[in-house]
Design a protein around this ligand. Structure first.
Ligand SMILES: [Zn+2]
Length: 325
C-alpha cells in the first residue's frame, strides 16, 4: 500500500514538473481557440490619418515627411507598423498579423526598396513572412539556427498557434548587429537589442529625428512579460539601455507597436521608461507586489500594467548578461 502511494506521489510530482515546464505549450492553446480572429467592424481610429487598402483595413498616419504609421485598428491587437524611409531605402518595422497583405499599402507610400524587419518574432508582427527583403537582428541564438540563409521562428517565438498560423521559413538578406547603424540614405537608425517581451526584441533609434520605435517593449497600457522567451532580467537591462541610449534626447517620442483602448497611436516618454526601471527594481526586491495568479499583474504607473509570471517563476537573469551597449 505504502509503495503504491509512493508511486502515485512520484507520478503527481512528475506531472506537476512537466506541466510547469511546458506551461506555455499548455496555456497558449487553452487560452485561445486556434481560429483566426476576424477584424472587428468598429474601431476607434487614430487621429489625422486615412483608411486605405482592401476593406479599408489599414489606417495610415503620416508622422513626418518620411515616416508613416501603418495601423491595423480593426485587428484585435490593434497593431501599429512603421514605414521608415531615407533617401536610398526604407524599412518596414513590423508587418501586422498578415491576414491582410501590407505590401500594397507600403508600395503606395514609397518608391524606395523596402526591407522588412520585425520588432520581434510574434506572429502579429511578422505578417506571414512574404517579403522580398528581410532583415533580422544578428543574435547568436538566432544565427546558429539559420541554414542556407533560411531562418524559421520557433513555436514559442511565433505563437501563431493562437490563430492557426504556422511559422514559415524566411530568407534573411541582412543580419543586423545589435548597436549598429542602418543607413537609409540621409537617415541613420541604430538597432538596439531590447529583450524582455521576447528574447529577440529590438528597438530602432532615430536620434536625429528624436524618435525611437520600441515594438512591444512598452506600447499603450499593457506590458506583456509572460510569454515564452520573456524575461524580467532582460526587461530591466533593456530599460537601462534605452535610458542610456536616449540620454541626449530627454523629449524623445517612444513609439510602440499596439494602440490602446482609445485607438490612438501609442507614444511613451523616456520618463516612462525610468518609472518602469524603478518599478522593476522594486518587483525584483519584493517591494512591489502584484495581483492575480497567472499572469501576475503589476501596476507600473497609473495607465500601464505589466503582466508577468508569478514571482517564483520569474526569470531575473539576462539573455546576454554582458550586453551593456
Ligand atoms: Zn509581441
Amino acid at each position: 500500500m505504502a509503495k503504491k502511494i509512493g508511486i502515485a506521489l512520484v507520478i503527481v510530482v512528475l506531472l506537476l514538473v512537466v506541466g510547469i515546464w511546458q506551461r506555455h505549450r499548455i496555456l497558449v492553446p487553452l487560452a485561445t481557440s486556434g481560429e483566426r480572429i476576424l477584424p472587428s467592424e468598429e474601431a476607434s481610429l487614430p487621429a489625422n490619418g486615412k483608411s486605405v487598402g482592401q476593406d479599408a483595413y489599414f489606417y495610415v498616419v503620416q508622422l513626418d515627411e518620411r515616416t508613416f504609421a501603418v495601423a491595423e485598428p480593426y485587428s484585435w491587437p490593434k497593431n501599429v507598423n512603421y514605414l521608415i524611409a531615407g533617401t536610398n531605402r526604407a524599412l518596414l518595422l513590423d508587418a501586422g498579423v498578415g491576414f491582410y497583405d501590407i505590401r500594397p499599402i507600403v508600395e503606395q507610400l514609397t518608391d524606395l526598396p523596402v526591407t522588412f524587419i520585425p520588432s520581434h518574432l510574434h506572429y502579429d508582427h511578422t505578417g506571414q513572412g512574404n517579403y522580398e527583403r528581410i532583415a533580422l537582428v544578428d543574435l547568436p541564438h538566432l544565427r546558429e539556427r539559420a541554414t542556407g540563409g533560411m531562418f524559421k521562428p520557433s513555436w514559442g517565438e511565433h505563437l501563431g498557434v493562437a490563430e492557426g498560423l504556422e511559422p514559415t521559413a524566411w530568407k534573411i538578406d541582412e543580419w543586423v548587429q545589435p548597436g549598429s547603424e542602418i543607413d537609409l540614405g540621409d537617415r541613420q537608425l541604430t538597432l538596439i537589442y531590447t529583450p524582455g517581451h521576447t528574447d529577440n526584441s529590438i528597438s530602432l533609434l532615430d536620434n536625429a529625428n528624436n524618435m525611437m520605435f520600441t515594438g512591444d517593449f512598452m506600447s499603450a497600457g499593457n506590458i506583456s512579460a509572460y510569454y515564452p522567451g520573456a524575461s524580467m532580467g532582460d526587461y530591466l537591462q533593456s530599460a537601462q539601455k534605452i535610458i542610456r541610449a536616449t540620454a541626449d534626447n530627454p523629449d524623445i517620442a517612444l513609439r510602440g507597436a499596439h494602440a490602446g483602448d482609445d485607438g490612438q497611436l501609442p507614444v511613451k516618454s523616456r520618463a516612462d521608461i525610468e518609472i518602469l526601471r524603478d518599478q522593476l527594481v522594486r518587483i525584483k526586491n519584493g517591494e512591489l507586489d502584484g495581483t492575480g495568479f497567472y499572469p501576475r499583474i503589476y501596476a507600473i504607473k497609473e495607465d500601464v500594467v505589466m503582466q508577468a509570471e508569478p514571482r517564483w517563476l520569474q526569470n531575473w537573469s539576462a539573455t546576454y548578461p554582458n550586453d551593456e551597449e
